[in-house]
Design a protein. Structure first.
Length: 328
């Protein structure tokens, strides 16, 4: 099978399984690299050994991380299992170890200064999105994926659907943001009305769009943060209304942190949410649910700040027992 045919078959299976476009692009990228690597391996070599060679070569490349190698592994395993329908039987490749890094969480003063200086860029309310990242502990794309139906102002909740790992969760909307969220909903309604007149549909997951075609023009499926201009759907080629792209948020936060001379990335606002909630005495289990962590161990990883509350025994052992040194 040549590379072009392999990619076409991979795309068909991914779309049949309704996987995300980002997943499709990532798996295609790694399949291309794998197919290229196969040219340098003996054809008679078993598939498991070919995959082991490919992954081991990645592990020896110091420029990639453990998560990147794991991503490549998932893509190749998917290709064999779901596309070729030939599951691999044990792949013993050299794997990159995952170092235990401390998560960097900005301080409260840093967050305050940053949120006061994040500009609205390219006509988008990026300052509001930044405050949602910190105020709700969200990943960068999660507020951008919100639809009107996911917002309940009466109950002050946001429904985060299909997040990392395909999990859904409900989180509390800070009261301080309700007025601006209402204003943003009004702006989104204006965009939706204009699209109604021009018959520009919303971008809807394909399976839902086929089963319920009326959703493409329904207000409750409209984006809270719609893109300023329609775009061509990369899979269907249809002109649709998509959401604001996350690059606008990244650009706005980058501009603010450079202005302030601090190092805070968009995802670190989520780290700040977890750390500051734990420091204020919030229940770790509740934070786990709010952030959508699979295990409590992930949430407890933010407790490194607790070590700062441990009083050194030096303070008590030497207290009052030594006189100040005298100059000689």
């Amino acid at each position: 099978m040549n590379t072009i045919e392999a990619i076409l078959r991979l795309r068909r299976v991914i779309r049949r399984q309704h996987k995300a476009l980002n997943t499709e692009n990532t798996y295609v990228y790694w399949l291309k690299r794998y197919m290229s690597a196969l040219r340098h391996l003996p054809q008679a070599l078993p598939s498991e050994k070919k995959v082991e060679h490919f992954l081991s070569d990645l592990a020896r490349n110091r420029a990639i991380s453990a998560s990147t190698q794991h991503q490549a592994f998932n893509a190749i395993v998917f290709f064999y299992k779901d596309v070729l329908e030939i599951p691999l039987q044990g792949v013993d490749a050299l794997r990159i170890s995952r170092p235990a890094h401390l998560r960097h969480a900005p301080t409260v003063p840093e967050v305050r200064a940053l949120l006061q200086n994040v500009p609205d860029v390219a006509g988008y309310p990026t300052n509001l999105v930044a405050r949602l990242l910190y105020g709700c502990g969200l990943r960068v794309t999660e507020p951008l994926n919100l639809r009107i139906k996911d917002i309940s102002l009466d109950r002050s909740t946001l429904s985060i659907l299909g997040a990392k790992g395909g999990k859904d969760r409900v989180i509390r909307l800070p009261n301080s943001l309700k007025a601006e969220i209402t204003q943003q909903m009004n702006s989104a309604h204006s965009v939706w009305q204009r699209d109604q007149r021009n018959r520009i549909p919303l971008e809807i997951p394909q399976q839902l769009g086929r089963k319920y075609p009326e959703y493409k023009f329904a207000w409750h499926w409209a984006w809270l943060f719609p893109a300023l201009s329609p775009c061509r759907h990369p899979r269907t080629g249809q002109i649709v209304r998509y959401r604001m792209h996350e690059v606008n948020v990244q650009r706005a936060i980058k501009e603010a942190r450079r202005k302030l001379g601090i190092m805070v990335l968009p995802h670190e606002l989520r780290h700040g949410y977890a750390t500051h909630c734990l420091e204020s005495g919030a229940n770790p289990r509740a934070i786990q649910e709010a952030m959508g962590h699979k295990s409590i161990e992930t949430t407890m990883g933010y407790l490194h700040a607790e070590s700062l509350s441990v009083r050194s025994p030096l303070e008590t052992v030497l207290a009052g027992s030594l006189s100040p040194a005298r100059a000689t």
